[in-house]
Design a protein around this ligand. Structure first.
Ligand code: SF4
Length: 394
């Protein structure tokens, strides 16, 4: 039995609008936007980035999830995993009775035509999609249009015999889903590179060849089955996970282009190399806005709000940390007191606690949030900071 798939919502946008606003909207943030993205109170000044928080893809995915619950009040509704990388949003969906296929006790293979499954904004692998389809589940597909655009290009690479080189995190749901797109065609191959250091290793192999053992020691988890570096690095097409750091993606692309040029020469470039920009515009806008914020204001501290597993949030923190003390916090509760903050340092895997993080005297704080962070959390951060600075004024 094949499934019923909803891809354009469920005609219940108005029915859920008030509940969505209650859950994620912030009057305070609206007011700060109206007053030039600046909030001043006593010794505290907060400068908000001009673009932050929910992107169009996340907005749509969360909206569809609420519509799904509304449309199927008596059916089991599941998410394949996190709908977006924000614990607060995922928890809210749980309180509406939405379960996760990854929850203990849930057997995805036992699902059938009475079950409804929501696919997240970053998409799912072709294998998972086919499995759910075979089981006849009703599917609500919230895959973002910007992700679909990447898939389109990766499929074209595979069709034309080019290996997709994906700049992304190999374990990220979006990258796994994107990589799976390459495998629909016989000649489809992929390789995922995380950063410039990994890119340099692959470029070295393109230029000079090398030890297959060493290549697989490093990349065995990042390539398609049967990958042969001699054969599969001859014709490559670049793509990115949509939420990577734009400047790094451009560097990765330039490094591969140069390696191919060195190996095959200018005249043969088009036969061996393709590229297109797949950073989504929302990610780009948030990165640009934070760069502008850092340039235009004298800031003492930067706060970046968003899930620790949110790639675009991590990249915002990375940009800021190059300029000033930056604290990536998962939610407002991380602001424990004017003397203690829980946060995840850039590049590390765990959360730590730092003391004496809030300067005394007049303080100027930059604030931004990742594409999966709702406004109400940003508003709570502002209120908490207000409280800390007032308490210290007394
Ligand atoms: S970050 Fe970009 S690709 Fe991802 S959901 Fe948002 S708009 Fe879509």
């Amino acid at each position: 039995m094949s499934s019923l798939i909803f891809r354009k919502g469920l005609d219940l946008k108005e029915a859920v609008a008030a509940r969505l606003a209650d859950s994620y909207h912030s009057q305070l943030i609206d007011e700060i936007k109206e007053t030039g993205y600046c909030h001043q109170s006593g010794r505290l000044t907060i400068h908000l980035a001009r673009e932050f928080g929910f992107c169009y893809g996340v907005d749509r995915a969360v909206d569809y999830a609420y519509q799904t619950r509304e449309r199927f009040p008596d059916r089991h509704v599941y998410l394949t995993g996190e709908i977006i990388h924000n614990p607060h949003v995922n928890e809210r969906l749980r309180t509406l009775g939405v379960q996760f296929l990854t929850d203990p006790g849930v057997d995805p293979h036992a699902l059938g035509s009475q079950d409804v499954v929501i696919l997240p904004a970053f998409g799912v692998t072709i294998r998972q999609m086919e499995q759910l389809d075979r089981q006849g589940c009703t599917l609500v597909d919230t895959t973002c249009g910007s992700v679909l655009n990447v898939w389109k290009n990766v499929k074209r690479y595979a069709q034309d015999g080019f290996t997709a080189i994906i700049h992304g995190k190999v374990s990220h749901e979006e990258t796994r889903a994107t990589a799976s797109q390459a495998l629909q065609f016989e000649a489809g191959r992929y390789l995922v590179v995380l950063d410039v250091a990994e890119t340099a290793q692959v470029c070295d192999y393109i230029r000079h060849g090398g030890s297959r053992e060493r290549f697989f020691e490093y990349f065995s988890q990042a390539v398609s089955d049967g990958f042969d570096p001699e054969r599969d690095l001859c014709r490559i097409g670049l793509a990115n996970q949509t939420t990577m750091l734009m400047s790094e993606s451009l560097e990765v692309e330039a490094m591969f282009r140069t390696a191919i040029l060195d190996r095959y020469g200018e005249a043969a470039l088009a036969d061996h190399f393709r590229a297109f920009d797949t950073i989504c515009s929302a990610t780009q806008d948030r990165q640009d806005a934070v760069v502008t914020l850092l340039r235009e204001h004298q800031l003492d501290v930067m706060l970046v709000v968003g899930g620790y597993n949110s790639s675009n949030t991590c990249n915002l923190a990375r940009i800021c940390s190059e300029t000033l003390p930056t604290y990536h916090i998962a939610d407002p509760a991380c602001l424990e007191s004017p003397d203690a903050i829980r946060h995840r340092p850039v590049g590390s895997k765990g959360e730590i606690s730092t003391r004496d993080w809030l300067p005394s005297g007049p303080v100027s704080i930059g604030l931004t949030a990742g594409a999966s962070t709702p406004d109400n959390l940003v508003g709570q951060v502002v209120k908490t900071l207000d409280g800390f600075c007032k308490a210290h004024d007394v």
